[in-house]
Design a protein. Structure first.
Length: 87
């Protein structure tokens, strides 16, 4: 009876060790994959942040140009009205 219990206990222990080894391997490989993905995405975030900064500067430059053109148009509208009055 005791030998049967001992054999059963050893078999269960072995099964647990095999199951734990498989789980540990899964965790290790998943952790490595996730860490690689995080590093890759952090690099992507850096690139995108630089793009946002560059595009923000471009937008400011274009806003200044648009404001200049709006001033030109306003001046031309005034000139047009003055010329129309003179006629």
């Amino acid at each position: 009876l005791m030998e049967g219990m001992l054999a059963k206990g050893k078999a269960e222990k072995h099964d647990e060790q095999v199951q734990f080894a498989a789980y540990k391997q899964f965790c290790d490989s998943t952790s490595a994959e996730k860490n690689a993905a995080i590093k890759e995405e952090e690099e992507q975030m850096t690139v995108l942040s630089a793009d946002i900064e560059k595009d923000g500067a471009f937008a400011k430059k274009m806003a200044k140009e648009v404001a200049g053109h709006e001033e030109d148009v306003a001046g031309w509208e005034g000139d047009k009205k003055s010329a129309t009055k003179v006629r």
